[in-house]
Design a protein around this ligand. Structure first.
Ligand code: SF4
Length: 350
């Protein structure tokens, strides 16, 4: 029954493939990985654009291409340079995986061409594998991300409640496969992502100018309610950090070399990690979101007790390291994105 209805929906949608591609040809944003495409540029853009807005990615992408113009340059670069160039984009595991990927590709006689093989490489999930294989090699596999799910759920008029993005992605895969234009899979996939990002937006979709309007069950009607993904409730977390300065040096904690999230990345120390420190005035208050956690971080100026040097510090927590970094060299340290912003704000205020 479901197969029958998918095939009926797909027949209706297939008539709109040409309109969609024509719309994409005329209205796509001139992004640097589209105007000057290559396998390397496609791969880097896909890594950078995961969980990050395109406007944020653009300056990073341009600088990255100057610093690491191809897989060879990236493969040869030290990890510290790669992390430094990524600083501010967040989710550093993407940078590490991209670096490992460049090394693997460098060792191959020819790059892999199909999504199933790309999925075996570091940091490549089904979405990136499909994007690279369809855009760079013309393999007919659909990409399905939040943007594409939104378009398909609205086109279908689907009010199913999904418990996660992944559940929705899985549910819409058959329709995405049926709708895919097998002769132009790369353009079709990019058109769907572009449509979701610029026309079929989360709020106020521009149905009047949408190329799928003729086949869409939600055009001008309840579109904003779809897809229905029941999110986990936001969890609020409060964190206290310390600004401990001594002779022009700032104390930072570097994540453990085998850590998961902050490997080789520095942050201001947690108050809980240095119980002997005496917090004073509040210097800054920042908020960041990680998955469904809303984290409020307060930074306090603090003093260590009389003991000189690192003897006043407990062992570094979580197998990391303490560093006294000269403030005049703070630019050379790899910090997590929010901490770079907060440290700069504090230094500017004095
Ligand atoms: S007609 Fe409106 S709701 Fe339907 S796909 Fe286009 S923008 Fe989205």
């Amino acid at each position: 029954m479901r197969e029958k209805s998918i095939s009926a929906e797909a027949t209706k949608l297939k008539k709109l493939r040409g309109t969609l591609r024509e719309w994409y040809g005329r209205h796509q944003r001139p992004l640097p990985w589209r105007t000057e495409p290559s396998l390397y540029r496609t791969v880097v853009s896909e890594f950078m654009c995961q969980q990050t807005r395109i406007e944020t990615v653009l300056p990073y992408f341009e600088r990255w291409m100057l610093r690491f113009p191809d897989f060879i340059a990236l493969a040869k670069a030290p990890e510290s340079d790669v992390l430094r160039a990524w600083e501010g984009l967040g989710y550093y595991s993407r940078a590490r995986n991209l670096h490992r990927l460049a090394k693997e590709i460098e060792g191959m006689d020819a790059p892999l061409r199909i999504a199933a093989d790309w999925k075996k490489l570091p940091g490549i999930g089904p979405y990136t594998a499909a994007a690279v294989a369809s855009i760079a090699f013309g393999e007919p596999v659909p990409v399905i991300d939040g943007n594409v799910v939104r378009v398909l759920a609205r086109v279908r008029g689907d009010d199913t409640e999904f418990r996660s993005n992944q559940e929705a992605v899985d549910a819409f895969r058959p329709l995405a496969e049926a709708f895919l234009d097998p002769r132009h899979p790369g353009d079709h996939n990019q058109a769907m992502m572009e449509l979701g990002a610029t026309v079929c937006r989360k709020s106020k979709p521009a149905c009047l100018i949408c190329p799928l309007r003729a086949g869409c069950a939600s055009a001008g009607n309840e579109a904003e309610k779809r897809p229905r993904i029941v999110r986990r409730a936001t969890v609020k977390v409060d964190v206290k950090r310390l600004w401990i300065e001594r002779d022009g040096h700032l104390l930072l904690h570097e994540g453990a070399p085998n850590g998961r999230r902050l490997r080789a990345i520095c942050e201001l120390p947690l108050a809980d990690d240095i119980p002997a420190a005496q917090p004073g005035e509040q210097l800054h208050r920042g908020v960041r979101a990680i998955t469904h956690h809303r984290i409020t971080e307060e930074i306090f100026r603090a003093r260590l007790p009389q003991l000189p040097g690192t003897a006043a510090l407990p062992s570094p927590p979580r197998n990391g390291q303490w560093h006294w970094v000269p403030l005049r060299h703070i630019d050379a340290v790899t910090l997590s994105g929010p901490h770079r912003k907060w440290i700069e704000a504090i230094l500017e205020d004095r």
